[in-house]
Design a protein around this ligand. Structure first.
Ligand code: ADP
Ligand code: MG
Length: 475
């Protein structure tokens, strides 16, 4: 049989704040844990009433339940209650009060125990506050912020979906956004396996169906939220915005650049067409005079006619609208064609165009029209930068993963403070320049997952280095 002293020890040693009191509350004993919990000594506590250490709002329930206990309506009660520490700090505890009976004498006592949950409460409150803050941010964002389940169905969608797509947030909850993506873009998006690499934030652009049935260009960042312990994807967050206007601007710029290049080319091409036409006319006149067919003359006529054909087909490539279709392109052939196209013009101003191909038949995946546009722009820039007797040297060099094309000129160069401005639209130092060429080049190379780099020394010349991968990932 365990003795009373042992129980007394347990009561005093316990880390749980406790008190024992007579039913009429005239004799109360607190354990040191309780003293620590409220910050008062037992003597101080005896002078203070329960009200003195309790939050007034919680006192009402406490009193009601206490009365029920005294009236034998219950043997025990429990409530979450705020206490006021001596320092003024609010502590939260789960109070359990029970009635206990001394077996021998039949005398009754009250046992009060408090489970200190202050820290847990503070954490909960901080969490609630944080959630409220983030919700507020989401609700007022002009972007559409969506929380998805792992299968992409929407759990939460911010109200801006109404302004951008016309749907009420409730209409989208539980649905998969994939239902709203344009079928052509969906194929692309599926290829990218958005969730395969969870750590990365992915950027996707696609057309999204609005409530009125029309489509709008949207750009979304996709990020998976993972469980910190298991690394398993729990939810997915996407932030999406309307990029319709940006797409339109890009489209307009691309068109205006095309017009400018075509305009500049028109002069050179017209000249090129006139040149072979002169011998054709001459020999035809000779034929006419001799009234018989000389096979040598005929060959010359046919050769020159073939040349006209080549030039005209090049010119048509330029004028054709930009397509996003990727095909096999022999990049060395393409660069050589551009050089052939520009050579007559260079010769006319006594400039030299030199090309070195390390290995021929280098096939990459790309759009021949836009790549032609890139090399035309860059080689033309190089020619324009050099004065008479200028030299533009082009090198085509393959490596294991792609092809590097270097365009080196000994022209005027670019001052270092201007170097950073290259690629910005409308930056031009030429009287008739558009300042759109390089910007278009940057974008086209980027679309081919390639790289472009410009190094220059004022007065000494410029080197433009373009690298294109053999296989780009969207091929
Ligand atoms: P544009 O040729 O119509 O002026 P670009 O975008 O092609 O427009 O080029 C922008 C500017 O960059 C040019 O006006 C020129 O000042 C500078 N630039 C580009 N390439 C070279 C180069 N190879 N050497 C010197 N300056 C260059
Ligand atoms: Mg240019």
């Amino acid at each position: 049989m365990l003795n009373l002293t042992l129980f007394r020890e347990i009561f005093y040693q316990s880390r749980i704040p406790q008190l024992i009191s007579s039913i009429d509350f005239t004799m109360v004993q607190f354990n040191p844990a309780f003293n620590e919990f409220v910050g008062y000594s037992s003597d101080e506590l005896e002078k203070l009433s329960v009200e003195g250490i309790s939050h007034p709002e919680d006192m009402i329930t406490d009193k009601r339940l206490f009365k029920e206990l005294l009236d034998y309506q219950r043997n025990e009660y429990q409530l979450e209650k705020r206490y006021i520490h001596k320092s003024g700090e609010i502590k939260t505890g789960v109070l359990t009060v029970s009635r206990i009976k001394e077996r021998l004498t039949g005398e009754e006592f009250l046992l009060g125990q408090v489970l200190d949950i202050t820290e847990k409460k503070q954490m909960e409150n901080a969490l609630k506050y944080r959630e409220k803050k983030y919700r507020l941010l989401a609700e007022h964002s002009s972007d559409i912020i969506v929380l998805h389940k792992v299968d992409f169905t929407c759990l939460y969608i911010s109200p801006s979906v109404k302004t951008i797509l016309g749907y009420q947030p409730e209409e989208m909850i539980g649905k998969s956004p994939l239902e709203f993506i344009h079928p052509d873009d969906l194929i692309e998006i599926r290829k990218q396996q958005i969730c395969a690499q969870v750590e990365e934030i992915k950027l996707i652009t696609y057309r999204c169906r609005k409530k009125d049935g029309s489509f709008v260009w949207i750009e979304s960042t996709v990020k998976a939220l993972t469980d910190t312990e298991t690394g398993e994807v729990k939810e997915i967050v996407t932030v999406s915005r309307d990029i319709e206007q940006r797409m339109e601007t890009q489209d307009r710029l691309r068109k205006s650049e095309k017009l400018a290049v075509v305009g500049q080319m028109a002069a050179a091409v017209a000249h090129e067409i006139r040149n072979p036409l002169t011998p054709i006319k001459g020999f035809m006149q000779l034929l006419n005079a001799e009234k018989e067919m000389n096979p040598v003359y005929l060959k010359i006529v046919l050769d020159e006619l073939h040349r006209v054909e080549v030039i005209i087909s090049e010119f048509l490539t330029m004028a054709k609208p930009h397509t996003k279709k990727l095909t096999n392109v022999y990049i060395d052939h393409l660069v050589e064609q551009v050089v052939q196209l520009l050579k007559p013009d260079a010769n006319l101003t006594s400039k030299e165009l030199q090309i070195d191909v390390e290995r021929s038949n280098l096939s990459i995946m790309g759009d021949p029209n836009s790549l032609t546009q890139v090399f035309l722009n860059i080689i033309q820039n190089a020619l324009e930068a050099t004065a008479n007797r200028g030299l533009v040297h082009i090198k085509v060099m393959p490596d294991s993963t792609g092809v590097t094309i270097e365009i080196i000129d000994n022209g005027c160069g670019i001052p270092s403070e201007r170097l950073s401005k290259l690629g910005e639209p409308f930056y031009s130092t030429k009287e008739r320049g558009t300042g759109l060429g390089l910007m278009t080049c940057y974008r086209i190379i980027e679309a081919h997952q390639g790289r472009i780099n410009i190094e220059s020394q004022e007065g000494n010349g410029t080197t433009v280095t373009i690298w294109l991968p053999f296989k780009s990932t969207n091929s």
